[in-house]
Ligand binder design. Structure first.
Ligand SMILES: N[C@@H](CCC(=O)N[C@@H](CS)C(=O)NCC(=O)O)C(=O)O
Length: 213
């Protein structure tokens, strides 16, 4: 059985959790904090990042690698199209969201979510980069009604757990949600995906974990 390690507040953890739930893969959850320097954690996740998984064959970190493993090991229901081009387009969105939206907005989190401050120069740099990247994202995203087209895919697992964070972080720091300002109507989409029982389970667990934190 797979054990998903990390915690339910993490967006990356919840991306993997949503995929496991959607695919009906049996899994256990194990709380592991970030910045852990225990050998047992570093041997599974060398940078101490979460999530990572333990499997009977060994452990693995990096959410995209984990998603690919789950998809290959448990092919049905499929969360990647069979057509190679369509599958690569789903992966394109996954990478774009993580690399060009979430990772850029992440520099705002200390101020947006953790009571810290982010320098004005960082705020300006992040804003410029995000505005450019959001305009690019708008060209890729489908919302038809799923993020990559007419089928729920791994890209939806990534999008629904990351777009709200980008929106909230930019709203908190700039007073305006840069995704919405850039014409990306992700709120209706998140509400739509949020109707899925799997997404509701992820959200409820995240809420319970946030209340405890
Ligand atoms: N590229 C990694 C990113 C994972 C990540 O950054 N997770 C955060 C929690 S949401 C973390 O572990 N942060 C602690 C750190 O960066 O040291 C993935 O896709 O799994």
């Amino acid at each position: 059985m797979i054990t998903l390690c990390g915690f339910a507040i993490s967006n990356y953890y919840n991306v993997v959790k949503l995929a496991l739930l959607e695919k009906n893969v049996p899994f256990a959850e194990e709380y592991v904090a970030t910045h852990c320097t225990d050998e047992a954690v570093l041997s599974s996740s060398p940078l101490g990042k979460i999530p990572f998984i333990r499997t009977p064959q060994g452990s693995m970190c990096e959410s995209h690698a984990i998603l690919e493993y789950i998809e290959a090991a448990y092919p049905t229901p499929a969360l990647l199209p069979a057509d190679p081009f369509a599958a690569a387009k789903v992966r394109e969105l996954m990478t774009f969201i993580d690399m060009h939206l979430e990772l850029v907005a992440r520099d705002l989190y200390p101020q947006a979510f953790f009571g810290g401050t982010v320098s004005e120069s960082t705020q300006a740099r992040v804003r410029k980069q995000l505005e450019k990247n959001i305009a690019g994202f708008k060209r890729l995203v489908k919302f038809a009604p799923y993020i990559a087209g007419d089928t729920f895919t791994l890209a939806d697992c990534v999008a629904v757990n990351n777009l709200p964070l980008v929106g909230m972080a930019t709203k908190a720091v700039y007073g305006e949600d840069l995704l919405q300002a850039g014409g990306v109507d992700y709120k209706a989409y998140v509400k739509f995906i949020g109707e899925r029982p799997t997404a509701q389970k992820v959200a409820a667990d995240r809420k319970a974990a946030s209340a405890k934190a």
